[in-house]
Design a protein around this ligand. Structure first.
Ligand SMILES: [Zn+2]
Length: 267
C-alpha cells in the first residue's frame, strides 16, 4: 500500500493542509502503508522557494516522516521535482489524444470562469489539436458518472463534465500531472478533502482511457474540510497565508487541534 502527501508550494501551508497530511500520515503508520512526499510544483510560475522550505520545516516540526520523496529542497530540485517528469505528462497527453476523446477548445480561461455555467461549444467545431494556441479538453458523455472505491471498498459515484487536460500555454493540467504521478509511483490510497471529489472523478475517468488502468482500483478517502469558527472552509486554494503557520501556532497546538478534529470526524 502506498499513499502520498501532496503539498503545492504556491503559498504557506495552512491548518487545512496539515490536517490532511496528519490524517494521511496516521492512517499510513497504522496500516503499514508507505508514504510518498510528492510536491506539486508543475505550475512553476506560482512556486516560491520560501513555500518549498515551509513544507519541509513544517513536516519536520510535526514529526511527520515519509518513505519516498525528497529529503529537502535540494533533492527536490535535483531529482523529485515534477519538472523531471514532464515527459511522462506529455506521454499521458498523447495517450489521451490516442483515445479519441480529446478536442481543442478556443475559450479563454477567463470567459469560462466568468459565466456561471460556461457554455463551450468547441466540441462541435472540431478545431485542430495541433493548433498550439488552443487548450485541450476531454469529452465526457452526457450525464456521465464515474465510479471509484472508498477506503472500505464501497463504490461511490460522481458526475463529470468536459474539462481541460492541457492548458493554452501547453502546461498539462493538475488532473494530468496528479494522475500521471499516482500511476508512476503506484499510489494505492489517496486521502483528500471533499473539495477534490470532482478531481477524483476526473482523474479516474482519464485513467480509464489509458492503457493499464490503475486508479480504478485505488481507494479514496474524502474528508470534510476544516471549518473555521466563522464558518469559512479551508480548502486547498482558499486559505491565504501571509506567514508560516508555525509563527502563529506551536507544533503541540497544531497536533492538539488535529486530534480534536479527527475525533469529530470519527476517523
Ligand atoms: Zn471551448
Amino acid at each position: 500500500m502506498v499513499t502520498r502527501l501532496a503539498p503545492t508550494p504556491s503559498g504557506f501551508l495552512h491548518l487545512g493542509n496539515l490536517f490532511n497530511f496528519l490524517l494521511t500520515w496516521h492512517w499510513a503508520r497504522e496500516h503499514g502503508a508507505r508514504i510518498l512526499l510528492r510536491i506539486d510544483d508543475a505550475d512553476s510560475a506560482r512556486v516560491r522557494p520560501e513555500y518549498v522550505h515551509d513544507i519541509f520545516r513544517t513536516l519536520e516540526a510535526l514529526k511527520m516522516d515519509w518513505d519516498m520523496g525528497p529529503s529537502g529542497p535540494d533533492e527536490l530540485d535535483r531529482q523529485w521535482s515534477q519538472r523531471h517528469r514532464l515527459d511522462l505528462y506529455h506521454d499521458c497527453l498523447q495517450e489521451l489524444r490516442g483515445s479519441g476523446k480529446l478536442y481543442a477548445c478556443a475559450c479563454s480561461r477567463k470567459s469560462q470562469a466568468n459565466q456561471q455555467r460556461a457554455v463551450c461549444t468547441c466540441f462541435n467545431d472540431a478545431l485542430s489539436l495541433d493548433d498550439s494556441s488552443l487548450s485541450w479538453k476531454v469529452h465526457c458523455d452526457r450525464n456521465m458518472h464515474v465510479c471509484f472505491l472508498d477506503f472500505q471498498g464501497l463504490e461511490l459515484e460522481y458526475p463529470v463534465e468536459d474539462f481541460v487536460v492541457r492548458r493554452r500555454d501547453g502546461i498539462p493540467s493538475y488532473q494530468v500531472t496528479s494522475l500521471t504521478d499516482d500511476r508512476y509511483f503506484r499510489v494505492t490510497h489517496i486521502v483528500r478533502g471533499n473539495d477534490l471529489l470532482e478531481s477524483t472523478a476526473r482523474q479516474v475517468y482519464l485513467d480509464s482511457l489509458l492503457p493499464g488502468p490503475w486508479l480504478t482500483t485505488a481507494r479514496f478517502l474524502h474528508h470534510p474540510l476544516l471549518t473555521l469558527p466563522d464558518g469559512h472552509k479551508l480548502s486547498k486554494s482558499a486559505g491565504y497565508q501571509s506567514e508560516p503557520l508555525l509563527q502563529r501556532m506551536s507544533a503541540p497546538q497544531i497536533l492538539d487541534a488535529f486530534a480534536r478534529w479527527r475525533e469529530l470526524l470519527l476517523l
